[in-house]
Design a protein around this ligand. Structure first.
Ligand code: LLP
Length: 423
């Protein structure tokens, strides 16, 4: 299901023309499809229905309140990594009792806030964190629900900067320590052991790393239970793939085929923390061509969106499909090859960094100043990683629902840029 379709050389989001939105709201502009967001959530929920999962959408992927509200209305829960994200979940009116709280550096204030919010569990990433949670829970007269985040030492074969489940990463605790850590929780009246948490990295486009992680989880749960520990939850984290190019990511049902039987064998509740796979293809970034220039034997298309809006190409060499909103050449199936009636171009932003590009050496149609461009798969890790570097205000975000749409974040102004400063 792709809500972004060309009809007569015009890009639509559901039933709304993208160029009409750009005319009304200006660029850079983020356009999200409500139907796609809901569809992707439901795909995961249905795929894992046999084990009645708790799907904790990973707020870090896109934390806009309206998107959180849409998901919450579907029964989705949330994975947060900071007090700020938990605040957003509360502001969106969501139920906090199914929230998982991860992160290697939770502060006392954040722990307190999470305990006040009666979250489902802390994904605990170190022994000092266990001590801190215990102390604060004791002060508050509460028993804190914890899951041990264990590092499974599984290679997710993903980008160096987004792999998390190999020994030596900063996340979690060595899996060999599970007995010792569980004993520590059991001996502490301020803590309750809910289960274990493992996250391998992201995006993981194959199922084998999940099989390995789930099997390790199963053997840990068995061992802990044989020692009398109540371990009822396995949280396998996030990381499901996204089709940035074509069909490189398996659908949720394929991950489920591997994971569900192991969870059934473990007789555990399953939590998952997908972010990218829900939000990623629900959003695009629309920009306008400012100039086209030919220098050094190359064509540069300079647009008004930049690494300050979408940092993924600069940070991870990520590939994003990019095509004009009103193209003179139909969008190809494959964006990585030479395309007829196109020539090579670097598509870059205005920021003063050589790494400010969206595409390099890309076969691209002729475009002119004022033309609109769409960067696809921008719904996850786009706005959330954006910045005001070069004092660039962030653009408007719009949510489309059928033939209706609404602003879900207004464009920042120059006044917004200095609003928190004092002279
Ligand atoms: N759970 C944990 C513990 C995580 O660390 C992450 C992502 C997720 C869930 C969600 O993963 P997802 O389903 O979205 O793949 N900025 C990078 C991605 C960083 C991911 C960090 N952790 C990017 O743009 O590719």
């Amino acid at each position: 299901m792709d809500p972004f379709q060309y009809q007569n050389s015009e890009l639509f989001c559901e039933d709304v023309s993208v160029s009409a939105l750009a005319e009304e709201f200006g660029t850079p502009l983020w356009v999200y499809s409500k139907a796609k967001l809901v569809h992707e959530y439901q795909q995961i929920q249905n795929a894992f229905a046999a084990v009645d999962p708790v799907i904790c959408y990973s707020v870090k992927a896109n934390s806009n309140l309206s998107l959180l509200k849409v998901l919450s209305e579907q029964g989705c829960s949330f994975d947060v990594v900071s007090g700020g994200e938990l605040y957003r979940v509360r502001e969106a009116g969501a139920d906090t009792t199914k929230v998982a709280f991860a992160g290697v550096g939770k502060t006392d204030d954040e722990i307190r806030f999470a305990l006040e919010s009666d979250i489902l569990m802390f994904n605990v990433e170190s022994e000092p964190e266990l001590d801190a949670i215990s102390r604060i829970a004791g002060e508050m007269g509460k028993v804190a629900p914890v899951a041990l985040r264990l590092n499974p030492d599984v290679d997710g074969k993903t980008h160096e900067k987004t792999t998390t489940g190999r020994k030596g990463n900063k996340f979690g605790m060595d899996i060999e320590r599970h007995n010792e850590l569980a004993d520590k929780v059991l001996a502490d009246p301020n803590l309750e052991l809910r289960g274990i948490h493992l996250h391998i990295g992201s995006p993981i486009n194959t199922t084998d790393p999940y099989r390995q992680a789930a099997e390790k989880a199963l053997s840990v749960v068995r061992e802990l239970r044989s020692k009398g520990h109540q371990t009822n939850w396995i949280n396998l984290g996030g990381g499901f793939g996204l089709n940035y190019k074509n069909d490189e990511a398996p659908p949720a049902s394929v991950y489920a085929e591997v994971i569900v039987p192991i969870i059934q064998e473990a007789e555990c509740r399953l939590a998952l923390e997908p972010g990218r796979s829900i939000a990623g293809n629900s959003g695009i970034l629309v920009s306008e061509v400012i100039f086209v220039k030919y220098e050094g034997g190359k064509r540069f298309v300079i647009q008004d969106a930049a690494m300050t809006d979408l940092i993924r190409p600069a940070m991870y060499d990520s590939f994003h499909k990019l095509w004009p909103v009103n193209p003179s050449v139909p969008a190809p199936e494959d964006f990585e090859v030479e395309i007829e009636n196109c020539s090579l171009a670097d598509i870059v932003g205005p920021v003063c960094e050589s790494s400010d590009y969206f595409a390099k050496g890309r076969s691209f149609p002729n475009v002119n100043r004022g033309d609109l461009l769409a960067t696809f798969s921008a719904g996850a890790y786009g706005t959330v990683m954006s910045s005001n570097y070069n004092s660039r205000p962030r653009g408007t975000e719009v949510l489309v629902d059928g033939n209706e749409y609404k602003i879900i974040r207004r464009r920042e102004s120059y006044e917004d840029l200095v609003a928190h400063e004092r002279v």
